[in-house]
Design a binder for this molecule. Structure first.
Ligand code: ASP
Length: 323
């Protein structure tokens, strides 16, 4: 009984503490005590042009949501990028299937998965967020929605991507390879001049995957999570591993408990290593920022990088890793 009483007292104290934490954060913000974070853009891997595009929007005073959408659209349209949008490597049946999601400063989000024939899944995801009562549309339904909303049907399989599929078919072995060939989602996080945070994530997924396979990238909380009060995170790498640990949500929740983004990304990677066998064979990387404008990134294996844009300068940064 005494133990139970202690437990209840502790739980009550816990909730009071949490409530006070929230109240004081909101009150501080209203009173202008919490400084607005500096405008910035970060994105996974090495796509400087994507950050440049996003930064143009932010520089003009545009919304972070518009910035990240415009930024990743640039990669979606690039036939040379073989892991996102047009030019992405197909699944094992030779079909290019795309996953994307977007999340705004109010916690609104939209997502499409297993979408074919549409060059800009991120913009379809945004429309799902803005025009439907849903968060996620999949496959033919997502395609129908896109076509109804003026998107054009395009053949996304380029000659280069088709060639790599033909080569893959010789052995037909589906084995995700660390950092090379088949993992390169672009996840982008932005902070506007108004201090508000948004994020976007888009990919053609693991190359030569099973037809119908959906990864972490369109799943809110796995591939992307934004909480404007705390910060935001994106993931890249083996989607199955990220989904199993609700990766981006985990990173944001660790930041909520007080960790800086770097420590939060490291702890999320440690969690995967602790809980998932086979981590030596696959890569996962997290990239995060918080409301103070601090940035963190970490991966299981070396090779993960990101682009950081602040004050109009674009910097390629190598992330640390566990091995
Ligand atoms: N996370 C993506 C997926 O599993 C792939 C990647 O980031 O490279 O679909």
């Amino acid at each position: 009984m005494a133990d139970r009483r202690k437990f209840i007292a502790r739980s009550l104290l816990g909730s009071v503490g949490i409530a006070l934490g929230n109240i004081s954060r909101a009150a501080h913000r209203q009173a202008g005590i919490l400084a607005a974070p500096p405008p910035m853009v970060v994105s996974t891997w090495n796509n400087v042009p994507a950050n440049k595009t996003a930064w143009k929007v932010i520089k003009k005073g545009g919304r972070a949501l518009d910035a990240v959408e415009q930024g990743v659209r640039r990669v979606e349209a690039d036939p040379e990028d073989m892991s996102v949008g047009y030019g992405g490597r197909p699944d094992r049946d030779g079909k290019v299937t795309l996953d994307a999601c977007i999340m705004d400063e109010e916690g609104n989000c939209g997502s499409v998965c297993f979408l074919q024939h549409i060059m800009h899944p991120i913009s379809v995801a945004r429309l799902v967020m803005e025009k439907t009562p849903h968060v996620m549309l999949a496959g033919d339904g997502a395609l129908q929605f896109a076509l109804e909303n003026g998107f054009r049907q395009t053949n996304l399989l380029t000659a280069d991507a088709e060639k790599s599929w033909e080569e893959w078919k010789v052995k037909s072995q589906y084995q995700p390879v660390i950092n090379i060939e088949n993992h390169d989602t672009i996840g982008m996080l932005g902070i506007g001049q108004d201090g508000r945070i948004a994020g976007a994530c888009t990919t053609s997924g693991a190359a030569f995957k099973m037809h119908g396979r959906v990864g972490d990238s369109p799943i809110i909380g796995a591939g992307l999570f934004v909480d404007d009060e705390i910060g935001a995170a994106v993931a890249t790498g083996l989607g199955e591993a990220v989904i199993k640990t609700a990766g981006s949500f985990l990173v944001v929740e660790l930041m909520r408990q007080g960790m800086p983004p770097q420590a939060a990304c490291e702890e999320a990677i440690r969690r995967i290593i602790r809980k998932q066998k086979g981590y030596r064979e696959f890569q996962v990387g997290f990239l995060a920022l918080n409301r103070e404008g601090m940035v963190g990134a970490y991966a299981i294996h070396p090779g993960f990088s990101y682009v950081l844009t602040r004050d109009g300068a674009h910097e390629m940064v190598q992330a640390g890793s566990s091995f």
